[in-house]
Design a protein around this ligand. Structure first.
Ligand SMILES: *Cc1c(COP(=O)(O)O)cnc(C)c1O
Length: 408
């Protein structure tokens, strides 16, 4: 089919929930993707941080084909090897104790929230099920994870939302204490039955707010928050759906912050392009979700898990160190262009935000770049780059050359 035919069919038969760029992607190789007509694009987006190995990685492809030929799916009523091995590797590389596998980021965060509430219910009974999340965060599109998302624009249309979420400003411990006070006052006022949130049981954070604009939390704040959570027996829940699986130059961003969360979710990059997600729990939280309390049909699917194993094999410690170097190199290249529309860069590893100067629109800059052969993302009011972790220096240079040519 031609690009135009594919666009028409999409518009006729797929719900109009996405503001798409007028580009059809047909295939890819390395960090390059191509339209059906052969138009080439350098990919600084990785399908929103998913295709960490780029396109056409032979190891990944072989693992998928082999597993699909053996067993495509069987359900969690039975044991399978790929999920078991992937779970073991993730725990060994993080110091966490066990894993629940799911399918998408929002679904993983739902499970994290359920775990936190059940931890508290088991230990303290009802009336302590509220969670503090941060303003400007993003945690997903389900009814509950929309409510966990600390941006008012998302709390619309779909009432009634889930009870028991309170919001704090990022990098401000006092704001956490204020949210706790507010939860306490509401709990006193409404009573502490199971229908209301009640007191706080957990704090949910992204270490680098991704959709919010690639905004890293301050190290000192994160350490203080971790200490406060430990003191109050609030679970520290870290949403690493975007920052996880090597994106920031370590397997998880929490490893670069020197903290150990109680529960950490992952998704986007875990299987290098197949739909998979999950969350890791520490020793304290490993037996909270018991038979009958949580499940998902596709969770730990053997093909996705085999892809995840291939990703883990490639993401060695040396590879992750290279992610740090490549991120630094890309940021230096962009900053040295001194483009009038762009300000400073920020982020960690290959999760990069670029400030867009006043008077310029990030959406129209992104459109211009995409039109001219460079796929980029926006976040907050800036640009966001999430290139494949396996991108080469040559591919980085080719992408930067397009920025230089287009954004003069
Ligand atoms: C993308 C994202 C989600 C949502 O993941 P889906 O797979 O789209 O449900 C949740 N949290 C963060 C931090 C994300 O970046």
């Amino acid at each position: 089919m031609t690009s135009q035919e594919i666009k028409n069919l999409t518009d006729d038969y797929i719900m109009p929930t996405y503001g798409r760029f007028p580009v059809v992607i047909d295939h890819g190789q390395g960090a390059r993707v191509y339209s059906p007509e052969g138009q080439e694009y350098i990919d600084f987006s990785s399908g929103i941080g998913v295709n960490s190995l780029g396109y056409g990685n032979q190891k990944w492809l072989d693992a998928i084909v082999k597993q699909a030929g053996k067993l495509g799916h069987i359900s969690n009523l039975f044991y399978t090897e790929p999920a078991a091995r992937l779970a073991a590797i993730l725990c060994q590389r993080t110091g966490m104790s066990n894993v629940f596998f799911a399918n998408g980021g929002g679904e993983a965060n739902e499970g994290v929230i359920k775990l936190a509430r059940k931890y508290s219910f088991d230990k303290y009974g009802a009336g302590r099920g509220s969670i503090i999340s941060l303003r400007n965060s993003f945690h997903g599109r389900t009814i509950t994870t929309l409510k966990a998302t600390g941006q008012e624009v998302f709390h619309n249309y779909f009432f009634p939302f889930t009870e028991g979420f309170f919001y704090a400003e990022a990098n401000d411990i006092n704001s956490i204490l204020e949210a706790d006070d507010l939860a306490e006052r509401e709990a006193d006022y409404f009573g502490k039955d199971e229908g209301v949130g009640g007191n706080i049981c957990a704090v949910l954070i992204e270490l680098i707010q991704g959709e919010g604009g690639v905004l890293p939390l301050e190290r000192d704040y994160v350490n203080k928050l971790a200490a406060l959570c430990a003191e109050r027996d609030w679970l520290l829940l870290v949403d690493e759906v975007q920052t996880g699986i090597g994106r920031t130059g370590s397997l998880f961003a929490f490893q670069r912050y020197n903290i150990q969360p109680d529960v950490v979710s992952f998704a986007k990059g875990i299987a290098g392009g197949l739909p998979m997600s999950g969350f890791l729990a520490n020793e304290k939280c490993k037996n909270i979700l018991t038979p009958g309390t949580h499940a998902t049909t596709f969770g730990g699917n053997p093909v996705c898990a085999a892809a995840g194993l291939a990703v883990q094999e490639i993401l060695s410690d040396e590879f992750l160190l290279e992610v740090q170097w490549k991120g630094q190199y890309l940021r230096e290249q962009i900053e040295s262009l001194n483009l009038p529309c762009l300000g400073k860069t920020r982020g960690m590893g290959l999760m990069i935000g670029i400030e867009v100067k006043d008077g310029y629109s990030n959406k129209s800059l992104a459109s211009q770049l995409i039109e001219n052969g460079l796929l980029v993302l926006t976040a907050g009011s800036g640009l966001r780059l999430l290139p494949p972790l396996a991108i080469t220096k040559e591919e980085i240079d080719a992408g930067v050359a397009i920025m230089k040519k287009v954004l003069i």
